[in-house]
Design a protein around this ligand. Structure first.
Ligand code: HEC
Ligand code: HEC
Ligand code: HEC
Ligand code: HEC
Ligand code: HEC
Ligand code: HEC
Ligand code: HEC
Ligand code: HEC
Length: 503
């Protein structure tokens, strides 16, 4: 009895699942994810590609995503992007067409020259050039080793390069010829691809990967405008932009009103097509009533908040051109112009006075970090190097790690926090950690190095500099030398504060 009804229930259950499955299959044949879209235009050539690539196991989903894309509606098919010319190093014969697997910024530029030119001129395109950096010593030497990966280091290949970009290479045989598989497909060196790092160096010499932000094969504008898109790279202890955004009023409003953001609209102009909240793209890239979209990601920022000591973004460039004896290139953006570009975004939603005051708060915080910690710590750190109190080997002295934490992690967090209105990053993940690192680790470690130095004259020099720093106005509290007037005021405030909680 019981067994029978269980079977019956099971049968009805299966029937239900089967009906739902049939219904789902019948739906997915049409426009796709429920939204009405214009039909894909499929050329004869692209139809040929799809005849094989529409099958499971061979990239079926690629074809589906393409069919729902704006490209498909406009008749931009597989061959229009993947076509290779005679002589292209990455090209190979493939069922009657010469194609390349990687579609580079040069390929997209055939139809999107403006976007590609702006991108090539940006810091994003140069992100692959990190080989000489201090961070790179970490990946290449300290964390990693090349032994397991035929001359390339897994820590760099699967870490740094996935954000910054690899130098794409083909697998070669002993005589240096590219290897093809039995299908005739050129084989990439797996140390270097798959990779969509934003500054990838491609076989055709172009820099970058448009699919860093335009996930294939939908190339959806809506996806590229969402903060999570930037958050693949702009996150973590040394540049927590997505975390800062999430905790800011802007991130809160975005999550609350995401449905009203009109993320699919074309064009997508702040204050006209949406107003609920800005995303990363809104502030850094997207159009305003006065500015077109820009792929020059630095066109709206005035400071660089990455280095040991922050400076205005155009300082290094101006120096470079002066040294070369060349005039500034046409269209060169000064920091003031870049700032005005950003403020044009803000003032679509805020009043001018509000925005101006924000920038005063922002500048003050950067100046504080620079003057109180950034510059003094750098000066002491450099003197430790030139006097030989620390070795030339990078990261073998504890103080080198301490200093790295101070500017590269905590100092950046404080600066990024204030730039994008995340007070917890400015304070508890930022300034607090900077101060703790400086007074409780950096200074004691400098003292230890002085104590144990072989170079006594050098030690004296460092001691003198340390004394100068600690006796300066900003640090003398640490020596118990705080200005008596200020101390008196604070003690009075402290008394009042305690009384507030005593009844
Ligand atoms: C006759 C079937 C067939 C046709 C037609 C065809 N392909 Fe392929 N294609 C394949 C198969 C199978 C593979 C996988 C080969 C392998 O890597 O072993 C492949 C591989 C590829 C790859 C390389 C992927 C990689 O991992 O490197 C690309 C890109 C590609 N095809 C694009 C196209 C384009 C674009 C067209 C139309 C111009 C096209 N294909 C036409 C069957 C086909
Ligand atoms: C708008 C340009 C564009 C169009 C149209 C396009 N692709 Fe691609 N395709 C790309 C880009 C960009 C990549 C990523 C290459 C990289 O950087 O790794 C890619 C990668 C691929 C890959 C290899 C990656 C993987 O996930 O296996 C295959 C296979 C492929 N495309 C097939 C197709 C087929 C089939 C079509 C047509 C249905 C098509 N593509 C249409 C731009 C395009
Ligand atoms: C053969 C020309 C052609 C090539 C090559 C091409 N595109 Fe496009 N792309 C178009 C056209 C046409 C549109 C539609 C413009 C419009 O809506 O008016 C478009 C639209 C877009 C959009 C906006 C999509 C939307 O949702 O509105 C993005 C993003 C884009 N392309 C990125 C790329 C990238 C990245 C590449 C290279 C990987 C590329 N395209 C290669 C022609 C091309
Ligand atoms: C999660 C993605 C990600 C990883 C992994 C990553 N980086 Fe970065 N890196 C970034 C971003 C994003 C920035 C820009 C931060 C900013 O502007 O605040 C950056 C900045 C840098 C800079 C400063 C560039 C300049 O112009 O000042 C260097 C150098 C650098 N990274 C090297 C490395 C090295 C070496 C590794 C591996 C040890 C690495 N990065 C790992 C995303 C990443
Ligand atoms: C840092 C992320 C990022 C990278 C890298 C990037 N894009 Fe974009 N792109 C965006 C965003 C965000 C938008 C949407 C802007 C908007 O409409 O508000 C966009 C929009 C576009 C559009 C539509 C423009 C329009 O007028 O509607 C095209 C075309 C495009 N990108 C092409 C490219 C090409 C080609 C590359 C590589 C050379 C590239 N993008 C690299 C983020 C990026
Ligand atoms: C409300 C506008 C706004 C939003 C939203 C926003 N930013 Fe920013 N961002 C700024 C401002 C303002 C600065 C500092 C500009 C300056 O230097 O003048 C900045 C600076 C930056 C910098 C430069 C840091 C450096 O090291 O020099 C990066 C990188 C960045 N933002 C990435 C992002 C990312 C990623 C998101 C989304 C997760 C985002 N931003 C969201 C306004 C915004
Ligand atoms: C694939 C990783 C990646 C993605 C995705 C990415 N970025 Fe970046 N971004 C970087 C790296 C790496 C740098 C530092 C480049 C350098 O200077 O070497 C950077 C630098 C920047 C800068 C500083 C530019 C300057 O001139 O100093 C801004 C602003 C920025 N990104 C904003 C964005 C925004 C907004 C998005 C999303 C629309 C985004 N990024 C998506 C990796 C990425
Ligand atoms: C698309 C509209 C929009 C844009 C663009 C925009 N904001 Fe906002 N901003 C908001 C909203 C909404 C709030 C939340 C207001 C509230 O909660 O009272 C906000 C809040 C703020 C706050 C208050 C933060 C807090 O914690 O109280 C500041 C400061 C701010 N924005 C500055 C800026 C600056 C600077 C820019 C340009 C770099 C900018 N905003 C761009 C919509 C925008």
């Amino acid at each position: 009895m019981r067994k029978d009804s269980k079977l019956k229930r099971l049968f009805i259950g299966f029937l239900g699942i089967a009906l739902v499955a049939i219904w789902l299959v019948s739906c997915s044949g049409e426009a796709g994810s429920g939204k009405e879209k214009a039909k894909a235009q499929i050329s004869e050539k692209t139809a040929h590609c799809i005849s094989c690539h529409g099958e499971a196991g061979n990239g079926k989903v690629i074809t589906q995503q393409w069919k729902e894309s704006r490209h498909a509606q406009m008749g931009v098919g597989c061959i229009d992007c993947h076509k290779a010319e005679e002589g292209d190093v990455d090209g190979f014969e493939h069922h009657g067409d010469k194609i390349a697997t990687i579609v580079t910024p040069n390929d997209c530029a055939k139809c999107h020259k403006k976007e590609s030119d702006e991108f090539q001129a940006s810091h994003h395109a140069d992100a692959g050039m990190i080989m000489g950096s201090l961070d790179n010593v970490l990946a290449e030497v300290i964390e990693g080793h090349t032994e397991f990966n035929g001359g390339a280091n897994p820590a760099a290949a699967s870490g740094c390069w996935q954000c910054h970009g690899s130098t794409v290479a083909l697998l070669k045989d002993e005589s240096g010829n590219p290897i093809k598989n039995e299908e005739g497909v050129l084989q990439f060196d797996p140390k270097t691809w798959p990779n969509t790092g934003v500054g990838r160096i491609n076989l055709d010499g172009s820099k970058g990967s448009c699919s860093a932000c335009h996930s294939r094969h939908s190339f959806s504008s809506s996806l590229s405008r969402q903060p999570e898109n930037c958050g693949k790279c702009h996150m973590g202890p040394d540049h927590p932009q997505i975390e800062i955004y999430n905790e800011s009023k802007h991130g809160i409003a975005y999550r609350a009103f995401r449905e009203d953001m009109n993320l699919d609209a074309q064009p997508w102009i702040v204050g006209q097509d949406y107003s609920a909240a800005p995303t990363c793209a809104t502030c850094h890239m997207s159009a305003t009533p006065n500015q077109p979209i820009t792929h020059e990601i630095g066109a709206r920022i005035s400071w660089t908040l990455r280095p040991k000591v922050s400076e205005k973004v155009d300082v290094a460039l101006k120096k470079k051109f002066k040294k070369l004896g060349k005039p500034l290139p046409e269209g060169f953006l000064t920091w003031e112009q870049r700032r005005a570009n950003m403020q044009d975004v803000c003032t679509q939603c805020h009043n001018k006075g509000y925005v101006d005051n924000f920038y005063v708060q922002f500048d003050n915080m950067i100046n504080l970090y620079n003057e109180k910690f950034g510059k003094p710590a750098l000066k002491i750190f450099n003197l430790l190097g030139s006097t030989g109190l620390r070795t030339k080997v990078k990261f073998d002295d504890e103080i080198e790690w301490t200093y790295f934490f101070l500017w590269h992690h905590e100092g950046r967090r404080a600066r990024h926090g204030v730039a994008m209105m995340g007070p917890d990053y400015t304070q508890w993940h930022g300034n607090y950690e900077v101060a703790h690192r400086f007074y409780m680790e950096f200074v004691p470690q400098v003292k230890e190095l002085i104590k144990h130095a072989d170079n006594k004259a050098g030690a004296k020099e460092v001691q003198a500099l340390l004394d100068e720093v600690l006796n300066s106005d900003m640090h003398k509290w640490f020596l118990g030398k705080e200005d008596p007037e200020a101390l008196k005021k604070r003690n009075a405030a402290s008394k009042a504060f305690r009384e507030r909680y005593s009844h």
